[in-house]
Design a protein around this ligand. Sequence first.
Ligand code: PNS
Length: 161
Amino acid sequence: MSIAVYPGSFDPVTFGHLDVVERGAKVFDRVIVAVLQNRSKSPLFTIEERVALLKKTTFHLPNVEVDSFNGLLIDYMHSKNAKAIIKGLRAVSDFEYEMQMALINKNLDPSIETFFMMTNTQYSFLSSSIVKEIAKYGAPVGDLVPKVVEEALRLKFQQGE
Ligand code: PNS
């Protein structure tokens, strides 16, 4: 069985992420969306909130599950017996950083492969940071994130985050 891990911060999940998850789920038997916990940058959503939003928005995909992890991605891969890392690439600007991560991971364990998926051009400008920036000022983000995420952002900024 081919198990792939799609790691990230997902703060919060966007239509760009979901496009990658849906396409990945057609290629691999099982896809684990893994949310990183111990990020130095302080996230807007807690780990529980990010996982819950991902669970709600991937509910329709039977071979997709959502989890969180701490520490090195490679160690997490081993714990799940997963051999493939899925990453989305939006533009050339993503490439250098992603290549560095792929090479570090390859160096740590040569048996694990990173698979890059080109993000749908429709979402090539989209990032969680941009969504947060727009939502913070009360502008609509309904074409960038699912309804539940839009609502969660609204509540977050209402609370004066
Ligand atoms: O959505 P992001 O923030 O671009 O995701 C980055 C992520 C979580 C994939 C990356 O930071 C990661 O894999 N972190 C785990 C720590 C690790 O394994 N570091 C060494 C390889 S870069």
